[in-house]
Design a protein around this ligand. Structure first.
Ligand SMILES: [Zn+2]
Length: 512
């Protein structure tokens, strides 16, 4: 059995999904959970993109141990320097530098000849080698590149010291047989290929990201890249949980495994969905709510008699258990803290005390406190440190007209009060928030889900708002859905406020 190395790029490619804007604390939480999941490398971000990105990568490098931290860079000295400065504190560090190799990209985007591209790639790998032992080179848009040129540039960057060569299908154009064939040829034709690891990176524009990744594995690739839940640019990246489960379920076929702790998959998926606002569709493979639901009577009957009749994966394998651990009013501070740690939160004593107090208050309203309630408590607390904060909310109205009165803390510390009307309670609340912030946001999407079962379940609201042509997400939870809605909107507002990185967006546009 070979072990396939997994590079998770949820925090880089995944964060490039439209409407996803994670803050430093959220990135750190995700990184810690990825370590629990057992990823071999975390691509933490693109440090040159903005001071915020640089800082987030630095925090992850310094605080997240037990995995390799990777920083993304264009093939320029400035980008490589920024990666070095941000990740030098990591236990194990890697730079991932890229330059486009397809005729389309070379001609129109870079305006350079293949010879010039090879020269830059070699020079920059050598430059990166001064800082890093571990240097990953990516031939951007490799899928649409000339295979003999790829063979040639791969040989040269390996000679220059690249330890990993990534052959991405950047635009999601390849078919599995074609993509697999590229790796077969590179393995045969690049004379020094034994000195480096080949890597696959696929996008899902034609729904083939996972199939292409598996084709690459069949043809000898030793590292694959992707994201949890398959989030990422456009249609997204290869969903790592699907790749890992395919290798596990069909291990006799692939003769390959990963270092994944499969039972952490469900939790990781949930955390990332919550923090990014990218809701997992019910029918999504492995982690969708219906992935293990049998609806047809014939199927149900079969599964009851013998689960393997219709079930190729046992839900427990990916960490879905029917008996979720619940805390109640008799649970102590220690159990509470332990539970938060397993959920991926690391709070200092002071924050634990405040959160525990909130937990006790909630046990008065709800008998059983489930994991999602704890997430709500902790998130609330983190909202407290945000520039805009909800202080007080009063709503009234009938079916025709509603009125909301809100008190909010503003970024300069002032506490202001406003009231506004709207078509319905939530519209009234959002109009009031717009007045208080002075920023008019366009609501593009609003979704509400219940957290837990029963009538005392909390509401989990996700919104997408548009500001200056860009989408931002926000989320809020509360046992009152109007309050949850207000919190979600204010969360989006805070993300807009804390993101002052025009430069970053320019770069992302440039790399596509
Ligand atoms: Zn990508």
């Amino acid at each position: 059995m070979r072990t396939i190395q997994i590079l998770d790029t949820t925090l880089r490619d995944g964060e490039q999904s439209a409407g996803v804007n994670l803050n430093g604390q959220e990135k750190l939480e995700i990184a810690k959970q990825l370590v629990r999941l057992g990823v071999d490398a975390i691509e933490a971000g693109f440090p040159i993109a903005s001071p915020g990105d640089f800082e987030a990568v630095k925090q992850i490098a310094e605080q997240v141990k037990g995995t390799t931290i990777v920083g993304f860079a264009r093939a320029t000295k400035g980008d490589i320097d920024a990666v070095y400065e941000s990740i030098k504190g990591a236990e194990a560090a890697r730079v991932h530098l890229f330059i486009a190799t397809s005729p389309i990209h070379m001609k129109y985007k870079l305006r350079k000849s293949p010879e010039e591209i090879t020269e830059i790639a070699v020079e920059m790998v050598k430059y990166a080698k001064k800082y890093f032992h571990d240097v990953q080179f990516s031939a951007e848009d490799a899928g649409r590149s000339d295979l003999s040129f790829l063979t040639n540039i791969t040989k040269h960057v390996i000679d220059a010291g690249a330890t990993i060569v990534n052959i991405p299908d950047t635009v999601g154009y390849m078919m599995p047989a074609e993509y697999g064939y590229m790796f077969k040829r590179l393995k045969e034709d690049v004379p020094n290929i034994d000195k480096a690891i080949l890597s696959a990176h696929c996008h899902d524009d034609l729904g083939l990201a996972v199939a292409n990744t598996l084709a690459a594995i069949e043809n000898g690739v030793d590292q694959v890249e992707g994201t949890i839940n398959g989030i990422g640019e456009r249609a997204g990246n290869a969903a790592l949980e699907e790749v890992a489960l395919s290798l596990y379920t069909r291990r006799e076929f692939y003769q390959a495994t990963t270092n994944f702790h499969l039972e952490q998959i469900a939790r990781t998926s949930k955390l990332i969905s919550k923090l990014t606002g990218m809701i997992v569709p019910g029918n999504k493979a492995v982690v969708g709510a219906n992935a293990f639901a049998h609806e047809s009577g014939i199927h149900q009957d079969g599964v009851l008699k013998e689960s393997s009749t219709y079930e190729i994966i046992k839900p427990e394998v990916v960490g879905i258990t029917s008996n979720t651990l619940v805390l109640g009013k008799h649970s102590g501070r220690h159990a509470f803290r332990e539970r938060l740690i397993t959920l991926g939160y690391s709070l200092d004593d002071e924050k634990i005390n405040v959160a525990f107090q909130k937990f006790k208050e909630l046990t008065m309203k709800k008998k059983e406190i489930i994991d999602d309630d704890l997430v709500m408590i902790v998130d609330d607390q983190q909202l407290k440190e945000q520039p805009f904060q909800l202080e007080y909310l009063h709503i009234s109205g009938d079916i025709q007209v509603s009125t909301a009165m809100l008190r909010m803390k503003l970024p300069d510390g002032r506490i202001e009060e406003e009231a506004a009307r709207g078509d319905g309670l939530i519209d009234a609340v959002y109009n009031t928030i717009d007045r208080l912030s002075g920023i008019k946001l366009k609501l593009k999407d609003y979704q509400i889900q219940s957290v837990g079962n029963g009538r005392d379940a909390a509401g989990d609201v996700h919104v997408k708002v548009e500001y200056k042509g860009k989408l931002y997400h926000g989320r809020g939870m509360s046992t009152n859905v109007v309050e949850a809605s207000a919190k979600a909107y204010i969360d989006a507002l805070n993300r807009i406020y804390t993101k002052r990185d025009v430069y970053r967006k320019q770069i992302l546009k440039e790399i596509g």
